[in-house]
Design a protein around this ligand. Structure first.
Ligand SMILES: Nc1ncnc2c1ncn2[C@@H]1O[C@H](COP(=O)(O)OP(=O)(O)OP(=O)(O)O)[C@@H](O)[C@H]1O
Ligand SMILES: Nc1ncnc2c1ncn2[C@@H]1O[C@H](COP(=O)(O)OP(=O)(O)OP(=O)(O)O)[C@@H](O)[C@H]1O
Lengths: 216, 216
């Protein structure tokens, strides 16, 4: 089974450790803060108090044997950057590092992070879209132009079928599925009737999806 | 056009302000930190230095006229909680508050937050799923049992078509779309050939999706 090391037990690090453990993986938690390490002993496979930049400690922990090391150190950007490059130096095959902003993220890419994540930025963008559109529920970004979104049914669609609404020819989007309570209607046909409470799972160009979510 | 107020210009607050402005909305940024307010003047519609718990200041800003107020104060949980309840007291119709953990979130719900978000936790869970499955790229949760996921093409699917692979009859999942470079093939037919590098957008029951992402 895979084993992971999470460096930094902040809110992000703690949730990551707990979810990986819940999924059945072995997780080593590392932090300089003794209290956080003490707490982490309750839910992590192992928890060690250490400075993630201490080469000797990391070597003794066999850090390069982990399937992935996640650098979840936040406010201290210098520690975050130096820890990341050290991981690559020590031969860790997959290093995931958390960036606080775009410039920080560029530095991490250049010094060898295999994956850079922007938790605050990504969630902010997701929230912005939810706030912008009353009926916007969730989304997957397929490419820079295409997405899949979930929207609650516009009132003008209720009790009509897909052909009458003309979703594909007029609005240039594809209804991939309809969520009706706990039921999922997959790849609905043109005669599929829509009812109040339906949630539409739609694929299309971002601009067309924005127009769709403005429909009343 | 809608107007929003973001209280707290941390990494999350800043990204939220920028995205809402990019979408064309008016955004008021508020923080106690003068430097952050100075920076925010460059990208927010308005930026004001203030303590978000100062009732008189908030009233003079006409806080209850905003379509939504987002409490993006982080580390200071007490400020975050007191600011949230104050927003509701002042008649703000929609208050979104950022929670650092589940208990904090429960408090926010009880005191009237219209929406509670957990950016660090949600991103950690998303990352955990990506780390767990080699080819797991993104996912939308449709219901407690069904999801849409993106996976990179299993090697055994390359140069076969959907009928040969038998995705629907054998694996009980539906390929909604194929991402090929910048191209998107929507609702592919049974004769659709798959090639190396394809990314499959698949809908199914969570257990069947897990089985699918284990295929080599
Ligand atoms: N050199 C280091 N070695 C080990 N742990 C460290 C080091 N530097 C910082 N940390 C720890 O990393 C953790 C996360 O950092 P911090 O709280 O600054 O980030 P954050 O981005 O605000 O976190 P989050 O948003 O996940 O709550 C802290 O618990 C801190 O003690
Ligand atoms: N009472 C207050 N009024 C206005 N702003 C406040 C108040 N308390 C804290 N802030 C501001 O909120 C901002 C975000 O808070 P903080 O940095 O503690 O949270 P965070 O969760 O680590 O942020 P992020 O993860 O978004 O970077 C800070 O810039 C801080 O100055």
């Amino acid at each position: 089974p895979k084993q992971f090391a999470v460096l930094g037990i902040g809110r992000f690090g703690e949730s990551l450790i707990k979810e990986l453990v819940r999924m059945g993986y072995e997780v080593l938690a590392v932090d300089v803060d003794a209290d956080l390490v003490q707490e982490a002993m309750e839910y992590a496979t192992h928890a060690v108090q250490a400075d993630a930049m201490e080469e000797s400690v990391l070597k003794s922990l066999g850090i390069k044997n982990f399937d992935a090391v996640i650098v979840a150190i936040g406010e201290n950007i210098q520690s975050n950057i130096f820890t990341t490059i050290l991981m690559k130096e020590l031969g860790v095959k997959k290093v995931v590092a958390k960036a606080g902003n775009a410039l920080h993220g560029k530095v991490l890419e250049k010094i060898g992070a295999d994956m850079v994540i922007y938790p605050e930025r990504d969630m902010a963008i997701k929230l912005a879209r939810t706030l912008a559109s009353q009926n916007f529920l969730e989304q997957i970004t397929l490419s820079s132009d295409y997405s899949i979104i979930e929207i609650s049914i516009p009132r003008s669609f209720i009790n009509k079928n897909l052909r009458q609404i003309g979703v594909r020819p007029r609005m240039n989007v594809t209804v991939l599925a309809i969520r009706r309570g706990d039921e999922i209607i997959v790849v609905p046909g043109p005669d599929q009737n829509l009812i109040n409470g339906d949630i539409l799972v739609v694929l299309g160009h971002n601009q067309d999806l924005d127009d769709l979510s403005d429909i009343d």
